[in-house]
Structure formats: C-alpha cells, structure tokens
Design a binder for this molecule. Structure first.
Ligand SMILES: *[C@@H]1O[C@H](CO)[C@@H](O)[C@H](O)[C@H]1NC(C)=O
Ligand SMILES: *[C@@H]1O[C@H](CO)[C@@H](O)[C@H](O)[C@H]1NC(C)=O
Ligand SMILES: *[C@@H]1O[C@H](CO)[C@@H](O)[C@H](O)[C@H]1NC(C)=O
Ligand SMILES: *[C@@H]1O[C@H](CO)[C@@H](O)[C@H](O)[C@H]1NC(C)=O
Ligand SMILES: *[C@@H]1O[C@H](CO)[C@@H](O)[C@H](O)[C@H]1NC(C)=O
Ligand SMILES: *[C@@H]1O[C@H](CO)[C@@H](O)[C@H](O)[C@H]1NC(C)=O
Ligand SMILES: *[C@@H]1O[C@H](CO)[C@@H](O)[C@H](O)[C@H]1NC(C)=O
Ligand SMILES: *[C@@H]1O[C@H](CO)[C@@H](O)[C@H](O)[C@H]1NC(C)=O
Ligand SMILES: *[C@@H]1O[C@H](CO)[C@@H](O)[C@H](O)[C@H]1NC(C)=O
Ligand SMILES: *[C@@H]1O[C@H](CO)[C@@H](O)[C@H](O)[C@H]1NC(C)=O
Ligand SMILES: *[C@@H]1O[C@H](CO)[C@@H](O)[C@H](O)[C@H]1NC(C)=O
Ligand SMILES: [Cu+2]
Length: 558
C-alpha cells in the first residue's frame, strides 16, 4: 500500500516536472569561442575570425520567452563584441552588443556573458559581431520557435532550413576598410557572395556550392538571413514560387513571390513547396543597386536538389533580376503587411510625441592626407557620428560627462532639396557624438529621408532595442502635409531594419518602452563606418520594471 502511494506520488511529481518543462520558458546556454580559422574559399586559403571555428557561426535555438545565456570568450588579437540583431533586450541594454554604444569590447583573453530574454518574440533573427568589419565572418542565425503548443499562424512546414547569405573578400576585411579610410575613398567591393558560406563555382574556381535537398511534395520553411556587409540582395530559386510569412521575426500576411529582396540585417521566412517532382534547380543571389555605386557582381549559386535526382550543378543564372531592378524591390516591399491577427495585432502608435526627420546620406569633407584631398563621409542630419572611447550606455548609467551630448538634431539643421538632381554647393558635415533623448513610453515617428549627395542610394536602416512599424514611403522629398494622409496605421509591416528607397523616404513609428541607449544606423557597414549612425537615449520610467537593470559584474571595461 505504502509502496503504491509512493509510486503514485513519484508519478505525480514527475508528470508535474514534465508538464513544467514543456510549458515554462527555459534557459538556453551557449559558449562562443572566438577563434581564428583557416578556411579555403575562391581556391585560396585565408585565416578568418569565427565563432567556434564555423562560418557561418553556430545557430542559437530557443523559444519565445526563453532566457539565452551566451558566454563569449575572445581568443583572437582583435577586440570582439556580439550583437543579437532584432532581440528587443527589454531593460537589458548591457547585452545588446554594439561596441562603444552599449559596451566596451571584449579584449583578447577576456570573456563576457550575454544574458537576455526573448520576451514576446518568435521567428528568425541573426547575431553578428558589432565592432569594425568583424561581422563579415562573425555571424549566425537565431531561431526563436513559438512557445510550446503554440502553432505557426500558417500550415506547419514539413522541414525548416536556415539560409545565411554573406560576402567574401580575398583580403583581410579590416585591411579593406582601413585602406579606404586612409585614402578617403569607398572600400573595395567583395570578391564573392556566399550562401551558407559557399560562393559556388565562380570564374577560375569550380568549387562546390550550397545544396538544399528536398523531397517531392514536402514543404520547407526557409529562414533566409542577409548577413552581407554592404549589399542588398536578390534571392531566387529557379522554377519555384516562395510564400513569405515572416520578416525580422514578425509574422506577415502571406504572399507569393518568385524573388526575395533582402537587405543586410534583414531576415525573411518563406515557404517553399517542392512541387516539381524531380531535378536540380538553381538557387542564386545577386546584388541590388539602382544607382552608380559599385557592387560585387559575382552571383553566388547553389542547388535545390530533389532526392532521387542525379547530382549535377544548375548554372542558368539568367533567372535573376538585373542589378538595377528597382520595380522588383518596390513590389516586394509593397507586398509586406503585418499579419495583424487577433493573436498578433499590429499595435501602431496612433499619436506621435516626437516627430523626427532624419536626412541620411553621404558627404565630402576635406582631408589633406587623402588621395583626392577629400574624404567621403556619411551622416544623419549633417552629423557624422564619431565613436566615443567610453560606451554611451555606461556614460549614461554612471553619469560620466563629456562622452556624448544629447542635442542630436530632430530635423535637418538646414533644409535643402534632399533628392534634387543639383548637388548642394557645400557637401561637408560636422562631427559629433550626439544622442536624442526620449522619455519612457513616448511615441516616435522618424521620416528617414534619403539624400542625393554624390549619388542617391538605398540605406537599410536598423534600430536597436525596438521593432518599428513602416507606416509610409515615397520617392522624392517627404511632404509633411500630404504624405501622412496616406500612412498605413492599420497593418504596416513591423521590422527592425528597413530599406529606404533610393532618392526617397520611409516613415517609421515606435514606442520608446525600453530604457537604455539604442543605436540607429545604416546596415551597410561602409556607411556606418563613415558616420551614418546615432543613438537614442531612452530614460527610465517609474520603478524597477521600467528601468534598465544594473550592469553585470563582468561587463568589459575600456
Ligand atoms: C593558418 O595557416 C597559416 C599558414 O598558411 C599557419 O601559419 C597558421 O598556423 C594556420 N592557423 C591555424 C589556426 O590553423
Ligand atoms: C583594393 O583593390 C585595389 C585595386 O584592385 C588593390 O590594389 C588593393 O590591394 C585592394 N586593397 C585591399 C586591402 O585588398
Ligand atoms: C557591376 O555591375 C555594374 C553595372 O552592371 C557596373 O557598373 C560595375 O562596374 C560592376 N562592378 C564590378 C566590380 O565589376
Ligand atoms: C526520397 O527520400 C525518402 C525519404 O528519405 C526515401 O524514402 C525515398 O526512397 C527517396 N526517394 C528516392 C527516389 O531516392
Ligand atoms: C575627387 O574630388 C572631386 C571633388 O570633390 C570629385 O569630383 C571626384 O569624384 C573625387 N575623385 C575621387 C576619386 O574620389
Ligand atoms: C572628425 O572625426 C574623425 C574621426 O571620426 C576625424 O578623423 C576627423 O579629423 C574629424 N574632423 C574634424 C573636422 O574634427
Ligand atoms: C546618476 O544621476 C541620477 C540623477 O541625478 C541618479 O539618480 C543616479 O543615482 C546616478 N547614478 C549613478 C550611478 O551615480
Ligand atoms: C553641415 O555642416 C557643415 C560644417 O559645419 C556646414 O558647412 C554645412 O553647411 C552643413 N550643411 C548642412 C546641409 O546643414
Ligand atoms: C505606455 O503608454 C500607453 C498608451 O498611453 C499605455 O497604454 C501603456 O500602459 C503605457 N505603458 C507603460 C509601461 O507605462
Ligand atoms: C514587475 O514585473 C514583475 C514581472 O513581470 C511583476 O511580477 C511585478 O509585480 C512587477 N512589479 C511592479 C512594481 O510592477
Ligand atoms: C580594444 O579595446 C580597448 C578598449 O576600448 C582599446 O583600448 C584598444 O585599443 C582596442 N584594441 C584594438 C586592437 O583596437
Ligand atoms: Cu547606408
């Protein structure tokens, strides 16, 4: 009798534990060893910085509301930081990762434990180094599954595949940007694009490309990530349609397309139905650029291979849109809408406390030691952001003065015809380490207005700490009277990185409900380096739940 009761109690306890294990959020531990690794691409061996010797790096798997703990150990000569791109980091800015914005770098031989919770987030994101150009090789996927027992808001795919896109230089990437900065000219474009780290066969180097094995009749959710350094990309699979269901870890209304347009820092989940029976089909990526700026034009290729098909490599790259296919990008961006279901509503701020206009683009400053006596720079509202030597978040938290000023201009100081054909007589910018201060829970609208200085260009703008709603966009100069009438405040797409149309503008809205210091920058690394960046300082609200947590004890020092 006693034995039976004991057994019953044991069963009860163990089922309770099982139940809790299934329902409760979990803690996921990872170890990132940052190490040099020799790898061969384009038929040449090169030593690159990697996480755990992998390129692309390891995938972080978790579920919505899980806590992720990543211990990063720096075994290389360079300074390291890791950014969890698109993770909200509610009150945990110390774990966001941009060097000298939220933390000092992890120096050689040091380690730092990133700890954050994936509150209310599910989908595909990416992690990447956030110092210098290190993210060229230090990046990987973050897969956040829905809470256990919560289905996707679309038919469950049979399988899921991660597809990380990147760029490869034969030279050391830091040497590429250092040379450009020394000479004041644009950096060399990359030598190849990569799909899961592989360029596929290119001229004079018949190397193997990425292979996606499928079975006829099955469905696959592709978690596509653009981890490239400087290039917007087209992604295409010959002979197949894709159904987009999510971008930047936010569900969208599903739509079909034969081409994905994806900017650096963006992610897209798309369903592929393997409905062609048999054969090999080309998977290809190529750059988008609808202005005079140089790009790496080498198409990376892989193969979609139905099982039971003899292996051969598909090579017909004619299926890709041309480099300047603006209409393809416009159609893709116009098709994106928030799912806006009862479970996943679009919570668009209806009123705006801070109405900001950010003119974003490049400029030219004098530079006696540069090739041309000038240096190409980039700016927001005429401020080229200069990196501090103390992290902004530390300066804010510890009240250290002299690191930044909080007078970032809310609109261009001198309005001009931003997208006009005529170049302004004075293309110079000023230096500054300025932040824009926001009260806790205030609402913000930013009109990102591209400029045509030197050449108009599409800037994929990324905001840390928040998702935003893309309420409007247009070509030419933003009209503050007429354009807001056309805003979509019902089901605009929600994301963390948005491509501003070349020679146009995009309006975004968000609620500043996350205290801390949050970076906003162009995700073309060349433009970030040149100064197209700034930060928001969001004040604490009332009480501990609306305040930034205390810094972890192992926070790196400068
Ligand atoms: C990489 O290769 C170089 C020479 O090509 C060699 O000196 C070095 O030890 C290798 N490094 C690693 C980490 O294998
Ligand atoms: C950049 O390209 C130029 C011209 O091809 C070449 O001379 C130079 O060495 C390259 N720079 C780097 C850092 O690879
Ligand atoms: C890439 O293609 C564009 C347009 O076709 C061309 O202007 C540019 O020179 C090419 N870039 C390189 C590096 O070949
Ligand atoms: C395709 O894959 C399935 C599952 O792995 C296997 O059962 C089947 O035999 C394969 N078909 C061919 C033709 O290889
Ligand atoms: C040199 O500067 C002039 C004037 O600013 C500009 O027109 C030209 O394109 C520059 N050349 C290079 C190679 O940057
Ligand atoms: C602006 O800052 C850069 C460093 O980011 C520096 O090289 C340059 O000399 C500064 N220019 C002025 C005018 O202070
Ligand atoms: C910074 O200043 C604020 C307001 O003056 C104060 O509440 C806070 O305690 C100070 N923080 C530190 C770490 O000194
Ligand atoms: C930007 O700042 C520079 C340096 O102060 C100034 O010469 C220039 O007129 C400003 N341009 C604009 C558009 O505000
Ligand atoms: C933020 O403001 C909104 C709208 O006024 C309100 O509904 C919400 O409760 C506020 N959130 C916090 C945490 O204060
Ligand atoms: C703060 O948040 C925690 C967890 O969500 C909650 O249990 C607690 O009641 C909140 N405290 C206050 C003062 O709102
Ligand atoms: C690494 O970071 C520290 C702290 O900011 C800095 O003093 C040092 O110069 C950096 N090292 C390199 C190689 O950039
Ligand atoms: Cu840019």
């Amino acid at each position: 009798m006693g034995f039976r009761i004991l057994a019953l109690i044991l069963i009860l306890i163990s089922t309770t534990f099982l139940y809790l294990a299934c329902v409760e959020s979990r803690v996921r531990h990872y170890k990132f060893d940052v190490v040099q690794k020799n790898i061969t691409r384009l038929c040449t061996s090169k030593s690159i910085i990697t996480v755990n010797g992998k390129f692309p790096g390891p995938t972080i798997y978790a579920r919505e509301d899980d806590t992720v703990i990543v211990r990063v150990v720096n075994h290389v000569k360079d300074n390291v930081t890791i950014h969890w791109h698109g993770v909200r980091q509610l009150r945990t800015g110390w774990a966001d990762g941009p060097g000298y914005i939220t933390q000092c770098p992890i120096q050689t031989g040091q380690s730092y434990v990133y700890k954050f919770t994936l509150t209310g987030q599910r989908g595909t994101l990416l992690w990447h180094s956030h110092i210098n150009w290190q993210r060229a090789t230090v990046h990987g996927a973050i897969v956040i599954l829905p809470k256990r027992g919560t289905p996707y808001p679309f038919p469950k795919p049979d399988k899921e595949k991660i597809i990380v896109l990147g760029e490869w230089w034969k030279s050391d990437v830091e040497a590429v940007i250092d040379q450009a900065m020394r000479l004041g000219i644009p950096p060399n474009v990359s030598d190849a694009h990569t799909i899961m780290g592989l360029p596929g066969p290119v001229q004079n180097c018949p190397s193997q490309g990425y292979s996606l094995h499928v079975e006829n009749g099955k469905t696959y959710m592709l978690r596509i990530i653009n981890a490239a350094v400087n290039e917007d990309l087209f992604f295409k699979i010959a002979g197949h349609q894709l159904t987009v269901v999510e971008v930047d870890a936010s569900y969208t209304k599903p739509f079909q397309t034969d081409t994905i347009f994806i900017a650096p820092g963006q992610t897209t989940n798309a369903i592929l139905t393997a409905d062609q029976g048999t054969g090999n089909y080309l998977i290809a990526i190529s750059p988008f650029m609808d202005t005079i700026v140089a790009t790496d034009n080498v198409t990376a290729t892989g193969t979609l291979r139905y099982n039971g098909t003899l292996a051969f490599t598909a090579t017909d790259v004619t299926v890709l849109p041309p480099r300047n296919a603006t209409p393809v990008t416009t159609k893709f961006m116009d098709s994106l809408r928030s799912l806006d279901s009862r479970k996943y509503p679009a919570d668009v701020p209806e009123s705006v406390d801070h109405s900001l206009v950010f003119a974003i683009g490049v400029g030219i400053n004098p530079c006696a030691t540069c090739t041309n006596g000038t240096r190409v720079v980039a700016d927001i509202n005429n401020v080229s952001f200069v990196m501090p030597t103390t992290a902004l978040l530390q300066a804010h938290y510890y009240n250290i003065s002299g690191v930044y000023t909080d007078d970032f201009p809310p609109r261009p100081p001198t309005p001009f015809d931003y997208t006009g054909a005529a170049q302004p007589a004075n293309m110079q910018t000023k230096n500054g380490t300025r932040v824009y201060r926001l009260g806790y829970n205030s609402t913000v609208q930013i009109v990102l207005q591209g400029t045509s200085i030197i050449a108009p260009e599409s800037h994929p703008t990324h905001l840390h700490g928040f998702n935003f709603y893309v309420v409007g966009k247009g070509l030419g100069n933003y009209d503050p009277v007429d354009d807001p009438k056309k805003f979509n405040l019902v089901d605009p797409v929600e994301r963390n990185t948005i491509s501003v149309p070349t020679g146009g503008w995009t309006a975004i809205r968000f609620r500043a409900d996350n205290p801390g210091v949050w970076f906003l920058h162009c995700h073309l690394e060349v433009h970030t380096t040149w100064g197209l960046k700034m930060a928001f300082l969001v004040e604490n609200g009332e009480g501990p739940n609306q305040s930034i947590i205390d810094p972890p004890l192992d926070l790196p020092k400068c």
